[in-house]
Design a protein around this ligand. Sequence first.
Ligand code: UD1
Ligand code: CA
Length: 457
Amino acid sequence: MSLGIVILAAGKGTRMKSALPKVLHPLAGKPLLGHVLDTATSLKPDTIVVVYGHGGTTVQATFPDPNIQWVEQTQLLGTGHAVQQALPKLQTVDQILILYGDVPLINTDTLQQLIDRSITNTALGLITIKFADPTGYGRIVRDAVGNILRNVEQKDASIDELTINEINTGIMTAKRQHLGSWLNRINNNNAQGEFYLTDCIGLAVADGIKIISAKPKCTEEILGVNDRIQLGTLERYVQKKYAVELMHNGVTIMDPTRFDLRGTLQTGKDVSIDVNIIIEGNVVLGDNVSIGPNCLLRNCTIGANTQIYANSIIENSSIAESVRIGPFARIRPGTTIAELVHVGNFVEIKNSHIGIGSKVNHLTYIGDSEIGNAVNIGAGTITCNYDGAYKHKTTIGDNAFIGSNVALVAPVQIGVDATVGAGSVITQDTPDAKLILARSKQQVIEDWQRPKKSSKK
Ligand code: UD1
Ligand code: CA
């Protein structure tokens, strides 16, 4: 049975009050439509068609996957019309599933079960749910023995129908041939003057086609995002779920309501995560890693027993085992930090390697540098890697000692075991194992007097 999935995403999203198309707003760091596309892909369909309208080119550019087909719906004439626009791309599939670009959390298992039952029974399949307050949704009308008869939209419903609390989630699956024939027969004679996809339900009943329905596992699965409040609600729901999953896997999360995962997180044993942590992209934390409060970790790997102290930022970098970073450290892209390194407060490191056991403890900038093992970098040391036009490299040999407040003007190499005196401005390569001073000698100026203001009457 070949499957085609249609994702409706042509709506304006007016209530987001945003220049960004609604389906590109991120949920847990991924665009809403990205969530739906991932779920769609997990169902292994033959074809995925996204029906887009507003902001189409931006939406397409965000998902360059060649397996996605794009269909523009220039005029929003209703959900039935939208699906009809996609049908020409689905001529070879047997079964069609309709999803929504702004309903991001629909679950693969819920959909797979619905599709399987729909195929087995040659039935139209719907996902429905009972809501205490069904306002705004289409209502599922059933007969006395519980068979679904049709859907009626809020705006077309009678007073009696408005009391029905079983609602249509919009998610539907049916044989392509059936759906095509129903869509040919729907009209827009209704309160909104739209071609309703939901009218297919009544037509299926008229054709003697069986209707089946399934419930989602939880309400959030079928919730749509129309404004930023609904987006915020789903964001908190997803984050809570991630935190609970991690805790189940043995991670300590000090406060699951102050944890944000916007990507993937792999964790070893006994990882501990303090409050206000943001994890983005792909992050791997080894055994016994502890992350202090207020840290941002983006695309990084952190080795076992490493401690990240408060207010540190680590991006596109790799940190080995038993390292100490922070508090207030910034590790920028392209950095590799070897075992047993200490990086202290107000230290920025960019595109550099720090060798085993080296220490960069205070108020330092290390950029485009290769630092050996067991090196000590004194407080306030700066690698001057930029000449105003080009970036240059600094190399520091093993066991070198760089005194406080040294400026290393790149390109420059410091020898193995070299000692650079505090306050030096190093502009030339230095030999191994020597003391290097590049500053003026201390002097006492005997006849100097401090200027005084002349006294005025
Ligand atoms: C629809 C259903 C309703 C269901 C509700 C669930 C119909 C007629 N009604 O109503 O039974 O309870 O969803 O949320 O289907 N879209 C297009 N092109 C269009 C119109 C809509 O792509 O021409 C897309 C929208 O971007 C949106 C989705 O389809 O993502 C639903 O459209 P919307 O107008 O919000 O339908 P509802 O009135 O909410
Ligand atoms: Ca809607």
